[in-house]
Design a protein around this ligand. Structure first.
Ligand SMILES: Nc1nc2c(ncn2[C@@H]2O[C@H](COP(=O)(O)OP(=O)(O)OP(=O)(O)O)[C@@H](O)[C@H]2O)c(=O)[nH]1
Length: 224
C-alpha cells in the first residue's frame, strides 16, 4: 500500500471510466463523538497534515479522493460528520438535518472513539446499534470499522485494549484498528481496512493490493 500521491480529477463524485469500465463510488462515513479526532484522521490520510488546535466541526465535510483496487480506479466519497445526536431513523430525517445528508447510504462506517474517553466509546456503541436497527431492511448490512484514536496517549487509556478488541471483533463482528492521527500511526492501515471491507461486501476478489491516490484538490473538499 502506498501513501497517497497527488492526482487531480475533474467533475463531481460518481462513477467514471477506469480503463476497465466504470468504477463504483465507495461512500465512507466517519462518525464519532466531538473531539475524538475524526477530522485529524481524515486530513492525515488525505493531506498528511495535522493540527493541534481543536476546530470543532459545524457541518459535514465531504472529500472526493480516489483509490485503486485491483487495478481499477474507484471514486471515494469520505464524509466527515460532526458529532450527531443520533443516527437518522429514515430518509426524511436524514434530509431534514443537513448535517446527516448521505449518512444512511454510506457503504462503510468508520466509528471513531478516543481511547482516553469512556463516553466517546459509549457514543459509538449507541451509534452502531442505531445503524443496525435503522438501516433499510433487506439491504446488505453496511460494514462497520471501529477505530480507537489517540493511541499516543496510551497511558490515559480508559478501557483495556484487549477488552475492546474482543468485544468488537467477536461480538460485534466488526474490524478494530487503533491509530494516532498525531503521529500517523495506522492511519493508512485503517483506510485500507475500510476499503477492503467495503470491497469485500460489494465485489468479489478485491483482496489484492489497495493503492490510494490522493486525488484531491483543496477546492474539492466541500462544506455542506
Ligand atoms: N494526542 C492526540 N491528539 C489528537 C489526535 N487526533 C486528534 N487529536 C486532537 O484532538 C482534537 C480534536 O481533533 P478533531 O480532529 O478536530 O476532532 P473531531 O472528532 O473532528 O472533532 P469534531 O468535528 O468537533 O467532532 C484536536 O486538538 C486534535 O489535535 C491524536 O491522534 N493524538
Amino acid at each position: 500500500m502506498h501513501w497517497p500521491v497527488a492526482w487531480e480529477t475533474g467533475g463531481r463524485a460518481g462513477a467514471r471510466g477506469s480503463g476497465g469500465g466504470m468504477a463504483a463510488t465507495f461512500k465512507i462515513a466517519v462518525l464519532g463523538a466531538q473531539g475524538v479526532g475524526k477530522t485529524a484522521i481524515v486530513r492525515r490520510f488525505l493531506y498528511n497534515d495535522y493540527s493541534e488546535a481543536p476546530a470543532p466541526s459545524r457541518g459535514r465535510r465531504v472529500y472526493l479522493p480516489a483509490a485503486v483496487l485491483n487495478g481499477h480506479v474507484h471514486d471515494l466519497q469520505i464524509m466527515d460528520y460532526p458529532a450527531i445526536p443520533s443516527f437518522p431513523v429514515n430518509t426524511l430525517q436524514e434530509w431534514t438535518d443537513a448535517c446527516c445528508r448521505g449518512i444512511r447510504s454510506a457503504h462503510v462506517y468508520i466509528l471513531v472513539y478516543d481511547i482516553c474517553c469512556f463516553d466517546s466509546f459509549e457514543y459509538i456503541k449507541a451509534i452502531r446499534q442505531q445503524i443496525l436497527e435503522t438501516r433499510v431492511v433487506g439491504t446488505a448490512e453496511a460494514p462497520i470499522l471501529i477505530v480507537g484514536n489517540k493511541r499516543d496517549l496510551q497511558r490515559g487509556r480508559v478501557i483495556p485494549r484487549h477488552n475492546v478488541s474482543t468485544l468488537v471483533r467477536k461480538s460485534w463482528k466488526c474490524g478494530y484498528v487503533e491509530c494516532s492521527a498525531k503521529y500517523n500511526w495506522h492511519v493508512l492501515l485503517l483506510f485500507g481496512e475500510a476499503l477492503r471491507r467495503v470491497g469485500c461486501a460489494r465485489c468479489k476478489h478485491v483482496h489484492a493490493a489497495i493503492r490510494f491516490q490522493g486525488a484531491l484538490r483543496r477546492q474539492r473538499c466541500s462544506l455542506m
